[in-house]
Design a protein around this ligand. Structure first.
Ligand SMILES: Cc1cc2nc3c(=O)[nH]c(=O)nc-3n(C[C@H](O)[C@H](O)[C@H](O)COP(=O)(O)OP(=O)(O)OC[C@H]3O[C@@H](n4cnc5c(N)ncnc54)[C@H](O)[C@@H]3O)c2cc1C
Ligand code: FES
Length: 342
């Protein structure tokens, strides 16, 4: 069965098949709706069902509470239609809708696997066909031998279209990341689909940029930072990066090198749980606390374009700080690395 979907307030009509989610149908028809995880975990695609019958597949009640369900709120990435639908988008971006890079599946080969720390790897795939993307977007990598995918943010700038570079944290039991501890080898075939994600660099922003991340959340920030450097951005750029101990820091030489290309750049790493032997005269504590101390009462919050990327608890802690320091909601970009559900 095919049903029609009316998207308000943008007044766009599309079709949805009964075996695809509303978000998948939108992607297929080149309509870009706000999304993050695509797995019912992050709430980026939250909308209101104004009319029609539809059912959800599994989702997290953190993304859509019971009270919100009572108010007919829905997650488009988990929503299947059982009749024609009318949906009100709570978040949408007119420019994004008309200026989107369609996702595609591309094959390639593993071209680099490097240790960045004891549990973070750089992982490169050389593509058989170029993939365009924006700094901050992600791709879905298929776990070899299964139809299952995992999402990873591109760490290289969009100018490098023939190689996708990723920064991946190892989980020993991880269906994909666990393979990077020795099972995946240079030259292995890979399949990726992308680009996805709506929290990418706003190329129209004229003003300071605030980048906040932790762990492998460096990936999209590194892409954005390199993109800013390549585009000769001369506005203030601050990179706040949280790690537990000194052994968890990486790219310090690369960051020093990129600093030389930028007019007004500062890197502020902070350690939250130092090892006993760590010699460290930098900042300590949680990264959201540092951002709060640095920007409260400065009066410049409303001039910032801000990005927070990494583990969900870190991103959840940073958001209220961004709001407290008066960053405009349209200038806040959150990229939560929510765990996969299959
Ligand atoms: C939009 C998006 C972008 C992402 N970008 C990146 C990225 O650039 N780099 C990156 O490293 N990851 C990123 N992730 C997370 C990534 O998609 C995977 O969820 C992660 O790599 C774990 O997958 P896995 O197959 O290795 O482990 P799974 O097989 O999914 O999980 C196996 C076990 O690993 C452990 N585990 C998995 N995830 C977590 C977690 N978050 N916290 C604690 N324990 C966990 C648990 O013990 C779990 O039982 C992103 C996620 C999203 C949604
Ligand atoms: S909850 Fe739908 S995109 Fe994350």
């Amino acid at each position: 069965m095919t049903y029609s979907v009316r998207l308000e307030p943008i007044g766009v009509d599309m079709e949805v098949e009964e075996d695809e989610t509303v978000l998948q149908a939108a992607f297929r028809q080149g309509i870009t709706l706000m999304h993050g995880c695509k797995e019912g975990q992050c709430s980026s695609c939250k909308s209101v069902l104004l009319d029609g019958d539809a059912e959800h597949e599994d989702f997290s009640t953190f993304a859509l509470s019971e009270a919100e369900q009572e108010e007919d709120k829905v997650l488009l990435c988990r929503l299947f239609a059982y009749s024609d639908l009318e949906i009100e988008l709570l978040n949408y971006d007119e420019e994004l809708l008309s200026n989107w890079i369609p996702a595609k599946k591309v094959t390639g080969k593993v071209s680099a696997i490097e240790d960045l720390t004891h549990d973070i790897r750089k992982f490169d795939i050389e593509l058989d066909e170029a993939m365009e993307f924006r700094a901050g977007q992600y791709a879905d990598i298929t776990i070899p031998g299964s139809g299952v995918t995992r999402s990873y943010s591109m760490a290289n700038p969009p100018s490098e279209k023939n190689t996708l570079s990723f920064i991946i944290k190892l989980y020993p039991d991880g269906a994909f990341s666990g393979l990077l501890a020795g099972q995946v080898k240079i030259g292995d075939a890979m399949e990726v689909e992308g680009p996805f994600g709506t929290s990418f660099r706003n190329q129209n922003h004229e003003g300071p940029t605030l980048l906040v991340g932790g762990g492998s959340g460096m990936a999209p920030l590194w892409s954005i930072l390199n993109d800013l450097a390549e585009n000769g951005d001369s506005n203030p750029i601050r990179l706040y990066y949280g790690a537990r101990a000194k052994k968890d820091l990486f790219y310090t030489d690369e960051i020093a090198a990129i600093a030389k290309k930028l007019t007004d750049f500062e890197f502020i790493p902070a350690l939250s749980d130092m090892d006993s032997g760590d010699e460290w005269d930098g900042a300590t504590g949680f990264i959201h606390e540092l951002v709060e101390r640095a920007y409260t009462d400065t009066g410049i919050g409303n001039t910032l374009e801000a990005y927070a990327c990494g583990p969900p608890p870190m991103v959840d802690a940073v958001l209220p700080v961004f709001q407290k320091i008066s960053i405009d909601a349209d200038n806040i970009h959150l990229d939560k690395f929510t765990p996969a559900t299959s």
